[in-house]
Design a protein around this ligand. Structure first.
Ligand code: ADP
Ligand code: MG
Length: 349
């Protein structure tokens, strides 16, 4: 039984980030133009006068989206937006995208036209050009992989590793809504599956469902930063939940964080829905995902540049690493924040 001697490690033992680290550890950057490789929202390539920023994300049917409640047009839009979000998170501007799809014969030309209507809408809104991709077949379901290419100015990019003790923690927009939108869609799906005669009841939930199905990337903020001459000391987009993103910044910057619950904005609809689901709204903000807002840190000298910026909330301070990553609740209690990470490998779809 030779097979018994072959080591087999389950990918779940490493988790997503551990797996990426493990697989990519012996790939040192050798070209001087490779400014930043693996480990940030996007890679950075030096082009002399400017820097090129590149990011790729893959969306897999049954893992990242469910076509029972995701219109293909929205899916096309979202698959572009989530990539643009990573470019903005570098304080850069997206210019081009490539789109690759793998599809089973379940999809008709008309269905794919819908998908591309959404891709076109995102390209038009964010002023990016579709410049290529790849098309192939898949035994089951749909896979969409988008690569976004952007431009940044030398010296103005924001990495995950630049936060310093004393910096202010800032968050754009409100958090938790996209997660609650997903929970509502999942609930209606279950109702429908157990009784197909019942129509989904999503009335009054436009905001939450909209945040899940049609997210936007915060390019408006990159423009706002440029206008006031602000360069965040670090930045990341909030795709996996605030806790996880704060962990990335702290780990890569070698710092800790004191997050104020009162500084985390939660939309009133999200607040009500969380309570209806017997969840704590702040937990939805910390551990829910897909808000595509920006988490960034600024030097305290720049406080006036962010204090009056619309839709930006100052939500705490960077502290020494040995002081940990903590949440100061509205009630004045200090809690350790735990990273929720990513559990897609646990999904058996
Ligand atoms: P984000 O959540 O911002 O999209 P990810 O967590 O997906 O970022 O990726 C973190 C980093 O790891 C990025 O720099 C990404 O390019 C890199 N990465 C992810 N998967 C792989 C892989 N299979 N091979 C090489 N690099 C990878
Ligand atoms: Mg990101």
């Amino acid at each position: 039984m030779a097979e018994e001697n072959i080591k087999r490690t389950d990918v779940n033992e490493l988790g997503e980030f551990g797996l990426i680290e493990h697989l990519t550890q012996r790939f040192p950057l050798s070209n001087p133009s490779s400014v930043k490789g693996i480990g940030d929202d996007a890679a950075v390539i030096d082009n002399g006068n400017f820097q090129t920023v590149v990011s790729t994300d893959m969306l897999v049917e049954g893992i990242h989206f469910d076509l029972m409640y995701t219109p293909l047009k929205h899916l096309g839009y979202k698959s572009v937006v989530v990539n643009l979000s990573d470019i903005y998170a570098m304080n850069a501007r997206p210019k081009q995208v490539t789109v690759s799809i793998a599809l089973s014969n379940r999809f008709s030309v008309e269905a794919l036209e819908e998908l591309y209507d959404g891709i076109r809408a995102a390209c038009n809104f964010y002023k990016v050009d579709l410049i290529g991709g790849d098309t192939t077949s898949s035994p089951k379901g749909l896979v969409i992989s988008v690569t976004a290419i952007g431009q940044g100015e030398k010296g103005k990019l924001a990495y995950r590793n630049g936060a310093k003790v004393g910096d202010l923690i800032c968050i754009s927009g409100n958090l938790g809504a996209a997660y609650l939108g997903l929970q509502l869609l999942e609930r209606e799906k279950q109702v429908y599956l157990s009784n197909p005669g019942v129509q989904p009841d999503l009335e009054g939930h436009d905001y939450l469902v909209g945040r899940q199905l049609k997210p936007e990337a915060r390019g408006d903020l990159i423009n706002a930063f440029g206008k006031v001459g602000l360069i965040p000391t670090s930045m990341i987009d909030i795709s996996d939940g605030l806790a996880s993103e704060l962990f990335h910044i702290c780990k890569q910057s070698g710092v800790g964080a004191l997050l104020e619950e009162s500084g985390v904005s939660i939309h009133p609809d999200a607040e009500v829905q969380a309570i209806n689901f017997s969840m704590d709204p702040i937990t939805c903000a910390l551990s829910g995902g897909e808000d595509y807002e920006l988490l960034f840190t600024v030097d305290p000298q720049d406080i006036d540049k962010v204090k009056y910026m619309p839709d930006i909330y100052i939500a705490g301070e960077i502290i020494p690493a040995e002081d940990g990553i903590k949440l100061n609740t509205k009630g004045g209690n200090l809690h350790d924040i735990t990273a929720q990470g990513w559990k897609h490998f646990g999904n058996k779809n």
